[in-house]
Design a binder for this molecule. Structure first.
Ligand SMILES: [Fe+2]
Length: 374
C-alpha cells in the first residue's frame, strides 16, 4: 500500500511533506507521483477553525471512516471490470477498513453517446460487480457519463425515451432523486447533481431549483453538525484552473463550462453561510487536488480508472481512491491510496475505426475486448 497524504484539517504538515512510502519519505515517488496541488487561498486564513476550539483533543474521536471512489468508468474492455474488483477488494481489505463508500459518479464508461444495448451492458456489469464484490453500503452521485443519450446524434436517442438522461442511472443506482441528503455518524451529507443537460452535451450547473433546495437544506441543518458535500464535478478545483484554463480572445482566463461548476461562486456562498461545511468531495477531472477557502476544503479525488483504464493520467494521477476519516469535532483526515492496478494493453483495433476522443469523452470500440464480467 502506498498512501499519499493530502492533508488533514488538524495536521501540522503539508500533504507533500507527509508523502511516505514504506514508512520513509520517498522524494522520487513524490516527484513522479505528485498527485496534485494544494492551493491555500489567503482569504481563508482568518476564518480557519481548529479542533481545539470545539472539542477538547482528549475527547476527539473518529466518527466514521469512508472510502471515496470516483470515475470508475467500468466497461467490458481494458480489464476495467477486474480493475474495479481490485479496487473494491483493496479498500475492503485495509487493516482498518472503511464503513461506507461514497461514489461521485461516472460509474460506467459512457452512456452519453452510447445506444441502449451498450448502456445496458455497462450498467449490468456495474451492478453485477457491486453485488458480488462489495459488502459495504455505497452512496452514489451521478456523473455526466452516467447520463444516457445526452449526445442525441451519437447515441441515436430522441430524448423521449423513458430512461433517457438521468433516469437510467437513477434506476441502476437505486436512487429516488439525483440530489439528496443523508446523515451518518453525526455528519450531514449533501449529494449534489452537477449535470445540467446542455446542447447535446452538459454543463456543470445546479440550476435555480437545485440551488434553492440547497439553500433550504442548509438552513435546516443545525449549525453544530459538520457537513460533507459530494458532487461529481468540482465546485472549485486547482487542477481545473491550472490544467485546463485558457486565455480567451477577450483576454480573460476561462475554464470550460463542463470542468468546474459555473455556479461555484453561488454554491460557495451558501456553504460558507452555513458555517460548518467542512469538506466537499468531487471527481470528474481524473486528477487529485485540494483547495481551502473560507474554512471549507474542496478536494478533487483521482479516478479509479486513472486515464479511463488506458494508463496513468497525465503520467502522475495514478489509479486510486481515497480514505477519509471524519471526526466528532468536525475535523477530517484525507488519504489517497493507489490500489496497484497495472494498465491492461489495448488490443489492436479490429474494425479499423480509430478510437474516439472528444474532450473528456473517451470511448472504447464496443466489443473490442471482453473479460470475465462481460
Ligand atoms: Fe470521468
Amino acid at each position: 500500500m502506498r498512501p499519499s497524504e493530502l492533508g488533514s484539517t488538524t495536521s501540522k504538515k503539508s500533504w507533500h511533506q507527509t508523502f511516505v512510502q514504506n514508512g520513509v519519505c520517498n522524494r522520487r515517488a513524490w516527484l513522479r507521483g505528485c498527485f496534485g496541488l494544494t492551493l491555500s487561498l489567503l482569504g481563508a486564513c482568518a476564518g480557519l477553525r481548529t479542533a481545539a476550539q470545539e472539542v477538547p483533543v482528549a475527547k476527539r474521536r473518529r466518527a466514521l471512516r469512508l472510502a471515496h471512489i470516483t470515475d470508475v468508468h467500468v466497461q467490458p474492455e481494458l480489464g476495467a471490470a477486474r480493475g474495479l474488483v481490485a479496487c473494491l477488494h483493496h479498500l475492503q481489505s485495509l487493516p482498518d477498513p472503511p464503513e461506507l463508500i461514497v461514489n461521485t459518479g461516472d460509474s460506467i464508461m459512457d452512456a452519453m453517446a452510447a445506444d441502449a444495448d451498450r448502456t445496458r451492458l455497462q450498467w449490468d456489469l456495474w451492478r453485477k460487480i457491486l453485488k458480488a464484490e462489495c459488502s459495504l453500503p455505497v452512496e452514489h452521485a451521478i456523473g455526466n457519463h452516467d447520463c444516457w443519450g445526452l449526445n442525441r446524434k451519437r447515441s441515436g436517442t430522441t430524448g423521449q425515451e423513458p430512461l433517457w438522461g438521468k433516469r437510467w442511472a437513477l434506476e441502476a443506482l437505486q436512487l429516488e432523486a439525483p440530489y439528496r441528503t443523508f446523515e451518518r455518524a453525526g455528519w450531514h451529507f449533501i449529494v449534489l447533481d452537477s449535470i445540467d443537460p446542455w446542447e447535446n452535451s452538459y454543463r456543470a450547473y445546479l440550476g435555480e431549483e437545485q440551488l434553492a433546495w440547497l439553500r433550504t437544506e442548509l438552513q435546516k441543518i443545525p449549525k453544530i453538525r459538520p457537513v460533507v458535500v459530494l458532487s461529481h464535478i468540482p465546485i472549485v478545483s486547482a487542477a481545473g484552473l491550472l490544467e485546463n484554463a485558457r486565455v480567451s480572445e477577450d483576454g480573460n482566463l476561462t475554464v470550460g463550462r463542463a470542468l468546474m461548476h459555473l455556479d461555484g461562486p453561488a454554491i460557495h456562498a451558501l456553504l460558507r453561510q452555513h458555517g460548518n461545511v467542512r469538506l466537499c468531495l468531487s471527481g470528474h477531472l481524473h486528477m487529485l487536488d485540494r483547495v481551502e477557502f473560507d474554512a471549507i476544503t474542496y478536494i478533487t479525488t483521482g479516478a479509479v480508472s486513472s486515464a479511463w483504464w488506458r494508463g496513468v493520467h497525465k503520467d502522475r494521477f495514478d489509479y486510486g481512491y481515497a480514505v477519509v476519516d471524519l471526526y466528532n469535532d468536525g475535523t477530517f483526515h484525507y488519504q489517497y491510496h493507489r490500489y496497484g492496478w497495472q494498465t491492461v494493453p489495448e488490443p489492436a483495433p479490429q474494425s479499423g475505426k480509430s478510437l474516439e476522443t472528444e474532450g473528456l469523452v473517451h470511448l472504447a470500440p464496443a466489443g473490442s475486448h471482453s473479460d470475465d464480467f462481460c
